[in-house]
Design a protein around this ligand. Structure first.
Ligand code: AMP
Length: 283
């Protein structure tokens, strides 16, 4: 695995490989890697001659500066994980390589409705920051395939929209990979490192609640089901931020289900100070 710190060096290397006919897969990350990230890299390595990953804790997507400061950094372990997963090139940029004009300048992405629901209202500016960093990374790497985790369901939809707005969808295809979970069902996340073993056990209620919603989903009103689900989280010692059932393709939040439309349940909840998100396709 070759490590690059400069955008221009990485871009040049990749364009030479592409000229030789190599397909390029890309899995961007913020580090503190776990088996979920590994699965994205492995999927790319199975499908492309060159797999690129990046580790960059993106300051513009944190609306809470404390969250940014506390973001775990485990670089040596990450490098070992990426190498053993089949990553060919690792991009490890300093902030000025991603934001040469500073972190406050930048374009606005017209994401429309999907930015106004779920994570949107509680994390103002978050998805704009996600778009800025992913747009910049895609311009540098110019992959054929972009690997994203379904764990961040709304983020996948936001990035899809950004690629449409910027025309990148003409050259880059998205691969959305399944959520990897701990044996107790808790979705793997870099934030789980901030949980005690007892909190990790408690937080598994999020997945149990998603399964409960899937099992209990019936046509008609969803209000009671959402309230019961929120009570399951509270009962286990979590503080739900939202428990929603949304149209799978538009993220329109549903209070009624017609018995046919494809739906996804999405939860955000605090375990202590740590905010966790998860989702499950229901039908
Ligand atoms: P992050 O480092 O949290 O920004 O995540 C980098 C990529 O890994 C994103 O596409 C995430 O959706 C994906 N990812 C994070 N957690 C998981 C997981 N448990 N299973 C699969 N993919 C994941």
């Amino acid at each position: 695995m070759i490590i690059f710190k400069r955008a221009a060096d990485l871009g040049l290397y990749i364009s030479r490989q592409k000229q030789k006919g190599s397909r390029v897969g890309f899995a961007p990350t913020m580090g503190a890697l776990h088996a979920g990230h590994r699965s994205l890299v492995e999927a790319s390595a199975a499908e492309n001659e060159i797999t690129v990953s990046s580790i960059f804790v993106n300051p513009t997507q944190f609306n809470d500066p404390n969250d940014f400061k506390k973001y775990p950094v485990t670089l040596e372990k990450d490098i070992d994980l990426l190498e053993s997963a089949g990553c060919s090139l690792l991009f490890l940029p300093p902030v000025e390589e991603i934001y040469p004009d500073g972190i406050t300048a930048g374009q606005h992405y017209d994401l429309g409705f999907i930015e106004t629901v779920l994570e949107g209202p509680t994390r103002p500016g978050h998805f704009q920051g996600v778009c800025r960093v992913v747009h910049r990374l895609l311009d540098i790497v110019q992959p054929d395939w972009l690997y994203l985790g379904q764990k961040d369901y709304q983020q996948c939809m936001v990035i899809r929209k950004m690629t449409e707005l910027t025309g990148l969808d003409q050259t880059i295809q998205l691969r959305i990979c399944p959520t990897l979970r701990e044996p107790n069902g808790l979705a793997m996340s870099s934030r789980n490192m901030r949980l005690s073993p007892q909190e990790r056990e408690k937080a598994a209620v999020i997945y149990r609640t998603l399964l409960y919603i899937r099992q209990q989903l019936r046509a008609g009103s969803l209000t009671g089901l959402k309230a019961t689900a929120a009570a399951m989280l509270t009962g286990a010692g979590l503080r739900p931020d939202y428990v929603e059932i949304a149209a799978a393709h538009t993220l329109e939040l549903l209070d009624e289900w017609d018995g046919a439309a494809k739906t996804t349940a999405l939860i955000a909840a605090f375990m202590g100070e740590v905010r966790l998100i998860d989702n499950l396709e229901l039908n």
